[in-house]
Design a protein around this ligand. Structure first.
Ligand code: SF4
Ligand code: SF4
Length: 379
């Protein structure tokens, strides 16, 4: 297998194909601190893309509750179990990726989920990590008792496990935006991709007997519009755009700023080795650093500290970028601070969003002499 560089692991790794980065890479940042599991994203995607026959069970976008939720069943722990020890030396991963842990005769470690594994998408919903005790009622950060929501879509990986697994080269990564697609004419439904994707985000249509996956709403993205799941996000947790490799990061690109400049957004299970392009701001209320490091890599504690500073008002630039989330249907490729506002610009330079960094507040006098009444300021 050729050696390719995976910056999320801080080292080269074995991958069955040569390194071929696209001209641009579509990517996103999801802020887990703001997700309310309303599932609007799930329904927006479902009604748009998977309402046909054979697609009944499919959720290209799903939201699961961690630590116990999973769709399909135990997708993450079953792959993690096959990797062996997953230690880091600073920012350099010392363990094996799914490609390096491949059993003889295979190019990847992995498993093939069954239909039943997809049958309970809300398994573990709102279940906390531990039993409640009288001590754990105390309110503090991080919490002893916790759970958090994890929205998931295909990661449009730089080194896709699905793509390298396909024996008919039916899966391809677009040069112009890095979106990973299945050629529906070529696919014969062998489902090796199903096994090769560690995130289990490629799915099998039992009616057409071919594989399908999230297309990242490429017809919208081509017109500078956000994908459905992003533009409908009620919690405004999603920043969509294009992510650069670290050496080409642009400070005024919202996604690059969150991933590379502030390093507040981290990949999901970077140890899988696919270099996923959906990033997550880890939850600040989770008491287990080991759990967060397992999920988001060794940068999790520093990311939480950076995020907390912004929420306390010590990093207005970071706060400004987060406030641009879903402020417009258009893809924001550049941001700029202008006084107490943040401006977002599309690729062609047009201003598409203007958001106040601090909402103006008005405190009314407690006593209204005209009406001779006392007022309560409740907001
Ligand atoms: S729409 Fe946004 S807030 Fe609601 S579940 Fe999806 S990601 Fe979370
Ligand atoms: S998340 Fe899975 S389906 Fe999506 S590109 Fe990566 S390996 Fe392929």
């Amino acid at each position: 297998m050729p050696d390719v560089f995976n910056w999320q692991l801080g080292r080269t790794m074995s991958y069955p194909r040569a390194e071929a980065r696209p001209q641009k890479q579509a990517g996103a940042v999801f802020d887990t601190n703001k997700c309310i599991a309303c599932q609007t994203c799930t329904v927006a995607c479902k009604t748009c893309w998977t309402s046909g026959r054979g697609q009944e069970y499919m959720l290209w976008n799903n939201v699961e509750t961690k630590p116990w939720g999973s769709y399909p069943l135990a997708w993450d722990v079953r792959v993690l179990d096959q990797l062996g020890p997953q230690t880091w030396d600073g920012d350099v991963y010392q363990g094996k990726t799914i490609f390096e842990a491949a059993p003889p005769g295979k190019t990847h470690a992995g498993f093939l989920p069954t239909d039943l594994d997809f049958a309970y998408p809300n398994r573990g919903e709102d279940e906390v990590n531990d039993a409640m005790t009288s001590e754990s009622y105390e309110l503090k950060l991080p919490h002893d008792i916790w759970f958090f929501y994890l929205p998931r879509i295909c990661n449009h990986c730089t080194y896709p496990g699905c793509l390298q697994a396909c024996p008919r080269t039916s899966i391809y990564k677009r040069q112009e935006d890095g979106i990973v697609l299945v050629d529906q004419e070529r696919c014969r439904g062998y489902r090796v991709c199903f096994e090769g994707c560690p995130y289990k985000k490629i799915m099998y249509n039992h009616t057409t007997r071919i594989s399908e996956k999230c297309v990242l709403c490429f017809p919208a993205v081509e017109q500078g519009i956000l994908p459905r799941c992003m533009r409908n996000c009620i919690g405004k947790i999603r920043t969509f755009g294009f992510v650069s490799p670290p050496d080409k990061a642009r400070e005024d690109n919202p996604v690059d700023f969150l991933v590379h400049v502030r390093k507040v957004a981290l990949p999901l299970f970077p140890q899988f080795g696919t270099e996923p392009n959906i990033y997550y701001i880890p939850p600040i209320h989770v008491s287990s650093t080991a759990f967060l490091t397992m999920m988001f890599g060794p940068g999790a504690p520093a990311a939480i500290e950076t995020y907390q500073k912004a929420m306390q008002g010590d990093d207005p630039e970071l706060l400004a970028v987060l406030l641009l989330n879903v402020a417009t249907d258009r893809i924001v490729s550049r941001f700029e601070l202008a006084g107490d506002q943040v401006l977002g610009f599309a690729d062609d330079g047009e201003e598409v969003a203007r958001v106040p960094i601090k909402e103006p507040t008005m405190v009314r006098p407690e006593f209204d002499p005209d009406l001779t009444v006392y007022r309560y300021n409740v907001t």
